[in-house]
Design a protein around this ligand. Structure first.
Ligand SMILES: Cc1cc2nc3c(=O)[nH]c(=O)nc-3n(C[C@H](O)[C@H](O)[C@H](O)COP(=O)(O)OP(=O)(O)OC[C@H]3O[C@@H](n4cnc5c(N)ncnc54)[C@H](O)[C@@H]3O)c2cc1C
Length: 455
């Protein structure tokens, strides 16, 4: 949607270089990493301060221009796509680590800091910010989507680390929510309201995040199984035994095949669990490993590699993080639809079995954060082939409906965007009306990331 507005007015707020209507810039901000169709924004701006964000938003409010927050654009559900055009506020130049408070296990950051850069800086103090989605995501985008990742089984999701936020509301007003105390019973939990709201209620300019001490010792384990069911029941057994993996990833045989082909590896092409355990004492870890080995053997493990060194461990996680890209490269010319359901752990095996059957006629890969009950089903197909793509979407719908039947969720971590808004009513029932009322209260003109969340 093209608007006849004088975008040069924005140059009274930001200098020339930080306002662009250039074609390549608009194109870069028209899509995320999903198959969803790109839509060009009208203008892209790069603020440096909360004050500038506030002035931009006031201008947008007066001119009735949609406002979309932009981190790194690595979402998988069309979350930052400017479906009604408007102004993309790109936070990449608000990328300062404001203050580290090692004695409080906290850090203050601007929204555009890339979490990997943050963790590199924090390592000097023996600290880290655990949510780890793998892609080069920003803190603002992670809070926007309430991202998690391979370490969430032990450490939780982004929401568990957000203590305090500076938020610019659709009115342009700046509010501070939360505090720096490790516990608080004071007031509504507003940091939680903005976390996972995908830029529909306000834009985050700064955050105070909780941190964790870096563990001293790690042990990685790779176990393969004859069937998917053997692998997924092992997940349940390990969690039930009270063991606390810091990562627990499931990959099916198809994924292992692509990883071998794409990365020149020779890993067993069987259903696989990649696990990591961490702790203070090496002896304690060895005992934990013995227990894990016993459980895997009871589940008929085909192989178990527990002597994985630090370099190989880092490489394994890098490969796991690259799974999405490897599969996309392997099927150049096809588009990815990635499902992201999560269910209670006791239903995980059934969920994975159901998903596998549901996509039996499609080019599909199953992998995910098993310890969180989160499974990704990645289907590669041709969006232009209407019949085939309808079948792909049907499989996605059936898998989501099964997850909801299991009292799970349509999205464990990727968010709603435009890919999952059709499930909001089924998942949330009458509480969806409250969400709509909150949205209307904060954003009466529906200018903040319109077209997302609600149909
Ligand atoms: C290969 C690959 C692997 C991935 N693996 C995982 C995974 O394991 N776990 C996981 O959770 N995700 C994963 N993702 C998805 C994605 O990386 C995460 O959702 C990430 O948090 C998005 O961050 P971003 O900076 O790219 O945000 P963007 O995509 O730019 O934005 C995300 C949302 O937040 C909003 N937003 C951006 N900045 C702000 C702000 N300052 N204030 C308010 N709202 C804002 C946007 O409008 C949008 O709705 C993966 C993606 C890829 C490509």
């Amino acid at each position: 949607m093209t608007r006849n507005l004088d975008w040069s007015e924005l140059k009274t707020i930001l200098d020339d270089r930080r306002v662009s209507t250039g074609e390549s810039v608009l194109h870069l901000h028209s899509h995320d990493e999903s198959f969803h169709a790109p839509v060009l924004p009208d203008v892209v701006v790069w603020p440096h301060t909360t004050e500038e964000v506030s002035r931009l938003i006031r201008w947008a409010g007066q001119s009735k221009v949609p406002v979309i927050g932009w981190g790194a654009g690595t979402s998988l559900e069309g979350n930052p796509i400017p479906v009604q055009g408007g102004m993309v506020i790109d936070f990449n130049e608000m990328n300062h680590i404001i203050d580290v408070h090692p004695e409080d296990f906290q850090v203050d950051v601007q929204a555009g800091v890339i979490y990997k850069d943050l963790n590199k800086a924090l390592a000097r103090d023996g600290l880290f910010f655990p949510p780890d989605p793998g892609a080069a995501a920003t803190i603002g985008g992670m809070i926007g989507n309430n991202a998690s990742g391979i370490r969430s089984v032990r450490y939780g999701a982004t929401k568990d680390y957000v203590m305090r936020l500076v938020v610019v509301l659709p009115s342009g007003d700046v509010i501070h929510v939360g505090n720096r105390a490790r516990k608080s019973s004071s007031g509504y939990n507003l940091p939680a309201l903005f976390t996972g709201s995908e830029g529909t209620l306000g834009l985050i300019t700064e955050a105070t995040l909780k941190l964790v001490g870096l563990p001293v010792n790690f042990m990685a384990v790779r176990a393969t199984f004859p069937t998917i069911l053997n692998a997924t029941t092992t997940v349940y057994q390990i969690m039930r035994a009270g063991l606390a993996p810091s990562a627990m990833e499931f990959l099916d045989a198809n994924v292992m095949h692509v990883l071998n082909a794409d990365r020149g590896l020779s890993l067993d092409e069987s259903p696989t669990l990649l696990m990591e355990f961490s702790g203070y004492s090496e002896q304690g870890l060895i005992e934990e490993m013995n227990f894990v080995e016993e459980i895997c053997q009871q589940s008929s493990a085909l192989s178990l590699d527990r002597g994985i060194g630090a370099d190989q461990r880092a490489r394994l996680w890098e490969i796991r993080h690259q799974t999405y890209e490897s599969i996309n490269r392997y099927h150049t010319g096809l588009s990815p639809l990635i499902m992201d359901v999560a269910v209670p752990l006791s239903r995980y095996s059934e969920m994975v079995e159901f998903s596998k059957k549901e996509v039996h006629d499609l080019t599909a890969y199953l992998f995910g954060h098993a310890g969180d009950g989160n499974i990704h089903v990645l289907v590669m197909d041709d969006t232009q082939d209407k019949k085939r793509w309808t079948r792909v979407e049907e499989s996605s719908r059936n898998i989501v409906m099964k997850a909801l039947e299991f009292e799970g969720t349509c999205t464990g971590e990727h968010g709603i965007g435009i890919g999952k808004n059709c499930f909001m009513e089924t998942e949330h029932g009458e509480s969806l009306a409250l969400m709509k009322r909150l949205k209307a209260l904060l954003d009466p003109d529906n200018l903040f990331n319109p077209g997302k969340f609600f149909l």
